[in-house]
Design a protein around this ligand. Sequence first.
Ligand code: SF4
Length: 371
Amino acid sequence: MKFDLDALFIERSCADSALAARIVRAIPASVPVYEVNDAREAAMPAHDARDPFGAGKRRMIVARRKTPFLMACPAGSSKFACCGYLVLTLASNCPMDCSYCFLQEYLADNPAFQVYANFADSFEELDRLVESAAGRSFRVGTGELADSLAFDSITGISCELIEFFAARENLTLELKTKTDEIENLIGLDPRGRVLVSWTLSPDAVYRSSEHRTASPKARIAAARAVLDAGYRVAFHFDPLIAYPGAERDYLQLIDELLDSVPPEKISFISMGGLRMTPNLRGIARRRFANDPMLCGEDVLASDGRFRTFTPLRLKLYRTLAERFRKAGADVPSYLCMEPASIHERVFGESPLRPARIGERLATSGEPVPSR
Ligand code: SF4
């Protein structure tokens, strides 16, 4: 097991589930296991009162999801140029601890890692989606409210997911991660229907802000390994942080990436500047008081979030976009949570409509079917 667990809680209604049995078998015998009537009992404030959110990352709950698994990306808004991403919530929370992570605010009242024993019910929702929109392609990701692969070595959920998506023509699964937990993926046949994406940051950001994640070098090596195993790959430069020396460091990072993964093999890249609501900024600065990456100059933008000054943000976006352009392949690119006007200033053209860009990202880098 790559991440520590202080305790495992299992909702009584899930006690006989295959997922609970698999997790109990995989965790060390020293981790106590408790049955509870309701996940909320386990999600009560953890005993480490100094940092209940941090302590909650080491408590896992096997629960039953009572609301739909599939939804539009919660980051979507009419203010932003949307990428048409659909989110499949099979777990929430994350054993890693990035200082800028929005989960610190979004899951503030729920300090534990929840994984849903009835996750296979999501397959019916996905089949209904495809039936209702014949001929359209969708990109569906599990990495919004959780890291897609953290804890996969004990839950094994990726195996069933990949098997499901590999058999569906109009669905692409995106597994988004900052780990190198790819062991379950190797040896399966994704049939071009699964892309694995990594959020990449320079070493300075990794060391300062991305606690318990795999190093950038390890993430790139893992990307190369899954590419060789038949998966598509994509990369997120998000959040882009404008610290002194950032441009140089991001360019060096891209050079290291392109040394391992040729540009024509990259399905897409995304970029998004550091952004925080005032509440999240307060939480993050309290929990990570010594992180210089959280203390750059920012401004309260019209969407109610603190953001890096537009000229600084634009400069970083353009520098990275230009580097990929020079790499000689047309790597599809989009900006996350930015208005169309910023997109136009970076790429020199208007963004596609969400449904179009969603389809393009779902199908870019797909292998050409053999005749
Ligand atoms: S890896 Fe992602 S989900 Fe996990 S703490 Fe970092 S930003 Fe949050």
